[in-house]
Each structure stands twice: as C-alpha cells, then as structure tokens.
Design a protein around this ligand. Structure first.
Ligand code: COA
Ligand code: AMP
Length: 635
C-alpha cells in the first residue's frame, strides 16, 4: 500500500534485532547489550540482554547534560486547586536525586519495591523517577481505588516503603488518602517499613510517628543520589491491572526495552520533536500516565503537562483548550470519554473559539474505541487530525496506530489503523488459524512482542503463560476481538473476557461479583457492562436474594452499591443493580451475562440454544424495565 510506512514496518518484522538495535543507539547505556533479542527461552523473550542502563538518567540527567537544564520538564496545571508550577529538567534532576538519596537512607535499594499512592502532583513523578534512579521498582496505585484493592497490591509486591499524600481533590470533595492507606495496611499481611506522606495544604493528616514520615522530614539532610546502573532486563515498575478475577495482574515493565520503545514512539508515532510540549490527559495511576505523562515525553526531551482536573467542571468545558493555548501544547492524548463529556456541555464548541489553538497539531485518542460521533466532533471543531490508537497496560505502548511520524496513513473510521512496527497483529479462530479478512476473531500478536511490552507478571510466571500465551501458541492473546480489512487495518470490537471499559478505565466484572457475593443477603449475582453515553460502559448488577429475605430489595441494592465503592473504590462507578428471581444460565451452569447485557442495552438478542429455562429472560426483561432499562440506559 504505502511505501514509507510499509518499508519501516516490514523491516521491523524481518529484522527486529537490526531495527531495535538501531533505535537503541538513541539511548544512553552504561553497558551495551550482548544480544538485542534474547530468544533462547521462548515464550519468554528478553530485549537488550547483558546491557546496563538507568531509566531516570535517560529521562532527566541526559537532557541536563545536553544543555536542556533550563527547559521545563513538567508543568503542573491544577485547575482544581488553582495552582500551577513548573519543574525544569535541572530542578527535576535535583529533586529526583534528593528523593533517591532519602529513599536509600531508609534502606531501599536496587530491586526493592515502593508503592506510590498519590494524586496528580509533581511529587508523584519525582517519586517514580527517584525509584528508577535507585533501581528500585515502583508500583503506582490509582487514587480512585479503595483500601482493599491497595491491600491486595501491598501483599503482592511487598513494598519496603509506601509514598502517599494527605489527600486528592475531586470535584466537590476532598479524598482523604491517609485513612484509605491506614485501612489498607491494616488489611494487608505485609507491613511496609515506612510511609512517606506529602502534606497538601487542602488537608493535613495525622502521622503515626513510629511508621510515617512527613515528605519534608524524609528529605531533610538527604544527600543527592547518583543514577544506579541496572540490568536492562531488570523490572522498572509493576502496574496492576484488572484480570478476570478479583486478583489483579501485576504487569512488569523492564528498563532497557522500555526506554528504547517509548523514546522511538514519540517521534515515530506521535510525530513530536524534542523540546515540544506534549500532553496526555490521563492519570499516573494508569498505563497511559506511566508511558505518556511521565516516561516517553521525558525520554524524548519534551515538556510534559501534569493535569490535575477534569475535562468539565474545573471550571468549565474550556479547560483543555486553555491548557493547550497557555502551554503551547503541540500534541495531546486523552480518552474519547473526555471528549464526550466536553461535547455534552459545549456541543457547539464555543469554548474552543476563545483560545488560540493555532500551534496545536494532532489529537490522539485511546483507552476505548473512538465512536464516530466523537471523532467527527473533535475533527470538525479542532480542525486537526484525530487519531485513534489501540493499546493495553500489558503492551505499554501502541499495538495499532497511525504512525504520523513515519507517514500519515488515511484514517478509516472505527479503526485504530494498522499494527505499529514490531507488532505483527493477526486475527485467528479458536484453533489459532488465521481467519479471512473481514471475519471477526481473536486479535493476537505474533511473538516475540517488541521491546517495551511486558516480559512477565510479577510473581506469576505461570499465570503470564496461562493468561496470555497458552491459548494461541506462538501468539500473545490481547483478549480483544475484532477483524482486519484488506488493507491490514484493524477493527477492535469487544473484549473476549469479563473486562469492561468504564470512562477509559479497565474494570473486572468478576471482581465486582466477588464483592457483591459477599453481601449476606445475596445468594447469587452477575455484573454486566451496559452502554453509557458518557462513560462508554457502566456496570449493572443483577442480584438474586436469599430465600426468606424480608427487607426491601432497594435496601440491598443501596448496600451493594456502597459495598463495591468501599471495597473496590469510586472508580468502579457501580451505581445500579436490579433484584431478580433467578439468573439465566446455560444447561452447564454458565451465567448468560452477554444476553442480559443485550436486553439491558435494548439490542437484538437471540435465545441461546443452551439456555436452561427460557422463561427467565422474560423475568429479566421485566425487572430491567422497572429500573428504566433499556430506554434510559444510554441517557
Ligand atoms: N481519586 C479518588 N477518586 C477518584 C479519582 C481519584 N484519582 N478519580 C476518579 N475518582 C472518582 C470520581 O470522583 C468519581 O466519584 P463519584 O462516583 O463520587 O462521582 C468516580 O471515581 C468515577 O470516576 P470517573 O469514572 O472518572 O468519572 P467522573 O464522573 O469523575 O469523570 C470523566 C468522568 C469522563 C470526566 C473522566 O473519567 C475523565 O476525564 N476521563 C478521561 C481521561 C482518563 O482519565 N482516561 C483514562 C485512561 S486514558
Ligand atoms: P488498559 O489496559 O486499561 O489500557 O485497557 C486496555 C483495553 O482497552 C484494551 O484491551 C481494549 O479493550 C480497550 N482499548 C484501548 N484502546 C482502545 C482503542 N483505541 N479501541 C478499542 N479498544 C481500546
């Protein structure tokens, strides 16, 4: 089809060692690699085996050494608190060196884990980079998760230190982090040695003198620490993501391959030059935040925006445009849900006209499929290319994208374009045979995955193989289904597991079911993701109550909603459940979640051939009608 992109893509698959070896020349190594790709133990592959490198050095120090010391590295823009600040590369180097020195003083060293449970403040980025500087492994936990979720992560990665803050700020409320943190440590089996707490002016919390250290005291008198060289294959971070059960998966990222791939992606996928301002409007608790708020823009010598606010309501739907104009943002990345929120409040895009966006070049969207309405609206109002790209926590960067830095390919609506260099995407049937173009199947990527993707799951090598590599030998299973057209464009249609996508956040219905099942009056339950006009999907619970239950069903629904919020966190957005007599099942006992989802969405559905008792679906339809589904489902 198109020569430039095809040539680059073909080479990446034909000669991956040559391709990524060349990209690796842009990285500053302490020791060069023995082999670019170590493929001696499939299905485990390692990139840049034998090399030594430091991630913080490549994100920060190299730019100071190259004369970018006075360039802003991070601009913190926080409309929710009314504060703004800038950290230059030189200031960021000093801050990370001091943080690393203070952490080392607490006995943290190479390979030790540190949990970071913080809002969108520059100190959170300093903590991430400070860990990287020491060779310690960070695990950032999103602030919208509650104690139990945090406790699970504490037990899985066993941190020596937890870094947190007194509070986060959400519209209309202050989220006190300290009680959530204390609750998590109480629930967990593992005890961290120390907690470092940043006291924010909006709310100060009480510290436990035996365990907690104030951020300032922690730093006081600490010596700056140099960057510690680590193996390229050593873990840089663990990021937990939803699996199909309540036990999240600890996705591991290495150091060397991650720097190579992410640095390469800034120029080749996003078309950004060093020194330019790049903004990913997400949260550091998600993979988008790790890769494109923190690491990639810093590896590439860009200025990154750390935004603490919402697309609407902080203070209005013009916030995004104000930030783009004020900070000279050239390329932006966010989730379609943010645009749906803005469009709902400002359908005519009047706020856009109030700002000078003449230097803004490209909008990238990911996290969920970009719906045509959002695509058209954004393109028409912003008058820039709008690019949907597809990726996952596991891959750490794009699987499919329109690589505008290589060559802008024609946009096809509903498609995140083609596999990026290094990603050999295929569509297969249940026998791992490729299906015809246009036919829906499992989306898989031929092994080895390129650098920057996950080498394994933390403490769970077997689960890594079982979950991702066993079903389609020789391929990585994305757990997304879709198809490819004659031009190799990929269309991502749905998940093949129990994951739902709520406001660009990946959530496990299985985890919610585990919480609901723990309610003493709930005999059986199911959770399905139903259409939501703003968030894409929203969870809906189906509850069967114990025989002899004699309270109002509405009370159990309210308690269930509170229980999910308490156990998983507000981020689950679990607001609705319906009490039903029975759940529809196949004769083998499998709950027909998909059919209930279709009924709630008002979509066409077929009576499953294997259903145990068809009459149950009439009961479900009736029960849903009493709570306004499907008519109000997408309102
Ligand atoms: N700490 C504590 N609570 C948090 C939180 C955090 N960091 N982030 C979100 N929450 C809470 C919210 O306050 C909300 O609570 P509520 O039920 O009391 O209202 C709940 O979690 C659900 O949050 P969310 O799904 O984000 O909904 P929202 O109504 O607050 O905002 C959007 C909706 C679309 C504006 C918002 O999700 C958004 O900006 N998304 C786009 C960017 C993005 O984050 N993408 C992620 C991957 S790229
Ligand atoms: P996460 O790991 O949280 O980034 O979520 C990854 C999942 O989000 C993918 O497996 C997809 O289901 C979905 N997703 C992300 N980006 C896209 C996209 N551009 N189009 C369709 N689905 C997407």
């Amino acid at each position: 089809m198109s020569s430039r992109f095809d040539a680059v893509f073909d080479r990446s698959l034909r000669d991956p060692e040559g391709f990524w070896g060349e990209a690796a020349e842009a990285v500053s190594w302490h020791r060069r690699w023995d082999r670019v790709l170590d493929d001696r133990r499939p299905p485990y592959y390692r990139w840049f085996a034998g090399a030594e490198v430091n991630t913080c050095h490549n994100a920060v120090d190299v730019h100071v050494e190259a004369g970018r010391g006075e360039q802003p590295a991070i601009i913190h823009d926080s409309p929710i608190t009314g504060r703004k600040s800038t950290l230059t590369y030189a200031a960021l180097r000093d801050a990370t060196a001091r943080f690393a020195g203070a952490l080392a003083r607490l006995g943290v060293g190479r390979g030790d884990r540190v949990i970071i449970y913080m809002p969108m403040v520059p100190e959170a980025v300093v903590a991430m980079l400070g860990c990287a500087r020491l060779g310690a492994v960070h695990s950032v936990v999103f602030g919208g998760f509650a104690s139990k979720e945090l406790a699970g992560r504490i037990d899985d990665c066993e941190p020596k230190v937890i870094v947190s803050a007194s509070c986060g700020i959400e519209p209309g409320r202050t989220v006190e982090y300290k009680p959530l943190l204390d609750g998590a440590i109480e629930l967990a089996r593992h005890r961290p040695d120390r907690c470092v707490i940043l006291q924010r002016p909006e709310h100060r919390c009480l510290l436990d003198p035996a365990r907690d250290l104030d951020w300032e005291d922690f730093h006081s008198g600490a010596e700056p620490h140099e960057c510690v060289p680590v193996a390229a294959t050593d873990p840089l971070y663990i990021l937990y993501t939803s699996g199909t059960t309540g036990r999240p998966k600890g996705v591991v990222r290495d150091n060397g391959g991650h720097i190579v791939a992410l640095k390469w992606s800034m120029k080749n996928i996003y078309g950004v030059e060093p020194g330019e301002v790049f903004w990913a409007a997400s949260d550091i608790g998600w993979v988008v935040g790790h890769s494109y708020i923190v690491y990639a823009p810093l590896f590439a010598g860009n200025t990154t925006i750390l935004f603490e606010g919402k697309p609407v309501g902080t203070p209005d739907p013009g916030t995004f445009w104000r930030i783009i104009a004020e900070h000279d943002v050239r390329v932006m990345f966010t989730a379609p849900t943010a645009f749906r929120a803005i469009k709902r409040e400002d359908p005519a895009g009047e706020h856009i006209g109030r700002h000078d966006l003449s230097a803004f070049r490209t909008l990238f969207l990911a996290g969920e499929r970009t719906d045509p309405d959002t695509l058209h609206w954004a393109r028409e109002k912003l008058r820039v290319p709008v690019i949907d790209h597809w990726w996952q926590t596991e891959t750490g960067w794009s699987i499919c994208a329109n690589c505008i830095g290589i060559e802008a390919l024609p946009v096809k609506e509903g498609s995140p374009t083609r596999g990026v260099p290094g990603m050999d995407v295929r569509v297969v049937d249940e026998n791992a045979e490729e299906v015809e173009r246009g036919t829906i199947g499992a989306l898989v990527v031929k092994l080895p995955l390129p650098p920057g993707t996950f080498p394994t799951l933390w403490n769970a090598g077997e689960r890594f193989v079982e979950s991702y590599l066993a079903e389609f030998p020789g391929y990585y299973k994305t757990a997304d289904a879709g198809y490819m057209d004659e031009d190799d464009y990929v269309y991502v249609m749905s998940r093949t597991d129990d994951i739902i996508n709520v406001a660009g956040h990946r959530l496990s219905t299985g985890a919610m079911e585990e919480v609901l099942a723990a309610h003493p009056d709930v005999a059986e339950c199911a959770v399905a993701g139903v259409n939501d006009a703003l968030k894409g999907q929203a969870p809906l619970g189906f509850l069967v109550l114990n025989a002899g239950f004699d309270r109002s069903p509405a009370e159990v629904v309210a308690e269930s909603v509170a229980l999910v919020r308490d156990r998983i966190g507000p981020v689950a957005s679990f607001k609705t459940a319906v009490v039903v007599e029975r759940l529809p099942k196949t004769r083998s006992g499998k709950i027909l979640r998909g059919t209930m989802q279709k009924i709630a969405n008002g979509e066409e559905w077929r009576m499953p051939a294997t259903i145990d008792d068809p009459a149950i679906l009439d009961e479900i339809t009736e029960a849903l009608r009493t709570i306004g589904y499907p008519a109000e489902a997408a309102s």
